[in-house]
Design a protein around this ligand. Structure first.
Ligand SMILES: C[S@@+](CC[C@H](N)C(=O)[O-])C[C@H]1O[C@@H](n2cnc3c(N)ncnc32)[C@H](O)[C@@H]1O
Length: 211
């Protein structure tokens, strides 16, 4: 058990080093952020469908699975094949839990024929090209979420500081990403929450698709 835990941690750090742009973090997310980001998942009288994008080695997945039960469905999407392997090992469908499906895919290649009550994302948006950030928000908020459904994602508090330590071209790209993100937040955000108990303090955002 401990060996598996350490091995999964090592996989994360190795990939964070090898694919630093794609992974976009030097360590996995804290439990405090994981619990906050999973908050919109509330079981009621009908089964829930939840999508987690950029699941990594499952730092958020654990909090999500805890909030789901039999009859619910959780789709985990991750681009990195090493992480997909860990997710398959850790989060297969178990008795008493939700049905879990793990898919190695770029978020943009998700099929459009399913809709979700909640989407949880920890994609490293600040590392993406601006057009991709726009397409991903549109995909989540106008196609993949059910009307009334919630997208929760987080970014780092004071992330704007990163624009001061890069060259002019990179600075332009990041500022455009921040502008697009702000545009979607102004249109869809219902609340945000600061979580100081993360290695870098995090802001969790909750955006809702109108009914
Ligand atoms: C900041 S890490 C978060 C990992 C984990 N969920 C956590 O919170 O610790 C971002 C994750 O998104 C994945 N990712 C990056 N680009 C992606 C894409 N286009 N489609 C799907 N996953 C992607 C990375 O491989 C990485 O696992």
């Amino acid at each position: 058990m401990v060996t598996k835990f350490l091995r999964n941690r090592l996989v994360f750090y190795r990939e964070a080093f090898r694919q630093s742009q794609e992974v976009g973090a030097f360590t996995h997310t804290s439990k405090a952020v994981a619990d906050a980001i999973a908050e919109p998942i509330v079981r009621g009288d009908r089964p829930l469908r939840v999508l987690e994008v950029g699941a990594g080695t499952g730092a958020l997945t654990r909090s999500i699975v805890r909030r789901l039960g039999p009859g619910d469905q959780l789709d985990l999407i991750e681009i990195n094949p090493e992480f997909v392997h860990v997710l398959q090992e850790q989060f297969g469908t178990r008795p008493g839990g939700p049905e879990v499906r793990v898919d190695q895919r770029d978020v943009e290649l998700l099929p459009r024929d399913e809709q979700y009550d909640v989407i949880v994302s920890s994609l490293p948006l600040l590392n993406f090209p601006p057009e991709k950030v726009r397409r991903v928000f549109e995909l989540f908020l106008t196609e993949l979420l059910k009307p009334g459904g919630t997208l929760s994602y987080y970014d780092y508090w004071a992330k704007e500081l990163r624009t001061f330590v890069v060259g002019p071209r990179e600075r332009r790209r990041m500022k455009e990403v921040l502008r697009i993100t702000k545009e979607f937040r102004q249109r869809y955000e219902v609340k945000d929450r600061l979580i100081p108990w993360n290695l870098t303090p995090a802001l969790v955002h909750y955006l809702r698709r109108p009914v």
